[in-house]
Design a protein around this ligand. Structure first.
Ligand SMILES: [Zn+2]
Length: 137
């Protein structure tokens, strides 16, 4: 079990580890922690992407918004994802992937839910189901 900080009692939330998929209880204000299950570092922050960003893996237990001017070239693991710009890479979202008319995704998407506006470009395989994302498998 995760030790709870008295000062933050009632200000905790449950997230799923982006590495092993196990549930982890974290303080709402925490920016990162080490997963008690797999010992890897977990990023908890929300991101707003407005420019080009490439990396080996873009993973957070928070949410990511890719603005119209943003272009992410990386596999993404996230809670909720909003796409107004471009993404090149596979996406694992535990929550909702929401793509606006200006959004473009090239990659496979696994998510619990999907919202797509008319005009969006989706180029990949999609598996949308409540249990679509299971990183432990
Ligand atoms: Zn873990």
């Amino acid at each position: 079990m995760v030790k709870s900080n008295r000062a933050d009692k009632g200000k905790e939330r449950d997230v799923a580890c982006t590495h092993c998929g196990e549930p982890v209880r974290v303080a709402t204000r925490a920016m990162s922690i080490f997963c008690p299950h797999c010992k890897q570092r977990l990023i908890l922050e929300d991101y707003r992407i407005r420019a080009y960003q490439a990396s080996r893996l873009f993973a957070t237990c928070g949410d990511i918004v890719v603005e119209e001017s943003g272009f992410v070239s990386a596999p993404i693991r996230v809670a909720n994802l909003t796409v107004r710009g471009r993404i090149q890479g596979d996406i694992d979202a535990r929550g909702v992937v929401s793509v606006s008319a200006t959004g473009r995704i090239r990659g496979d998407v696994r998510a619990s839910r999907l919202k797509v506006a008319a005009g969006a470009t989706l180029d990949g395989f999609f598996r949308i189901a409540p249990d679509a994302v299971s990183l432990t498998s």
